[in-house]
Design a protein around this ligand. Structure first.
Ligand SMILES: *[C@@H]1O[C@H](CO)[C@@H](O)[C@H](O)[C@H]1NC(C)=O
Ligand SMILES: *[C@@H]1O[C@H](CO)[C@@H](O)[C@H](O)[C@H]1NC(C)=O
Length: 176
């Protein structure tokens, strides 16, 4: 029901973006709250007009890393986001995350690893997909719990360390 209502509200907004959590699976140690955190993070990433609603996930010196590009702090993060997904709104992303595991954990931070597929559609173009591996590092609170409130300045890094193929459109049709 929840997924249906979220999908509906995206449609009502006329936004072609969507986050498909149907293939999401959480391995040992992945906090239940990470699923909705990830979904909200992707929804903000997929919104071409989102600036603060995306950067407010990050710590002040948080980083968005996409392969060889590293953006540090909100100004650079917005610039990199807009380079990848133009504000014009003529390019659309759909994230379809699947296997989610813990990459590392310290007393201060926890890093989740997420695999998945990203679909890219250009207006008047085709829909093509790429395969990704990402790591998300969040801060922990004083009691040692990872901070998984969306839009609350707890994301230390969002690191897309694999995007294959790296350039879109790709030659792989969506849904293959
Ligand atoms: C998860 O996505 C990756 C691509 O990043 C893919 O190679 C893998 O087969 C998918 N796994 C599952 C269980 O769907
Ligand atoms: C999508 O279009 C691009 C550019 O026209 C082309 O290079 C690519 O192979 C196409 N991909 C698919 C999956 O049809």
């Amino acid at each position: 029901m929840k997924i249906l209502s979220v999908t509906t509200s995206f449609c009502l907004l006329g936004v072609a973006a969507s986050v498909d959590m149907s293939r999401y699976s959480a391995g040992p140690g992945v906090n239940p709250g990470f699923k909705s955190y990830l979904k909200e993070l992707y929804a903000s990433a997929e919104d071409p007009s989102a600036t603060k609603t995306f950067t407010n996930f990050f710590t002040t010196d948080g980083q968005l890393i996409v392969l060889a590009n590293t953006a540090t702090g909100s100004d650079q993060i917005i610039a990199l986001k807009q380079e990848l997904l133009p504000q014009l709104g003529n390019k659309h992303w759909n994230h379809i995350p699947n296997v989610t595991t813990i990459a590392s954990e310290t007393s201060a931070k926890k890093t989740y690893q997420v695999l998945g597929v990203i679909e890219t559609t250009f207006d008047s173009g085709n829909c093509s997909q790429a395969y990704y591996s990402s790591r998300f590092t969040v801060t922990k609170d004083a009691s040692g719990l990872p901070q998984l409130t969306p839009h609350a300045g707890n994301l230390v890094s969002y690191d897309d360390f694999v995007v294959n193929p790296s350039k879109s459109p790709t030659s792989i049709a969506c849904g293959s």
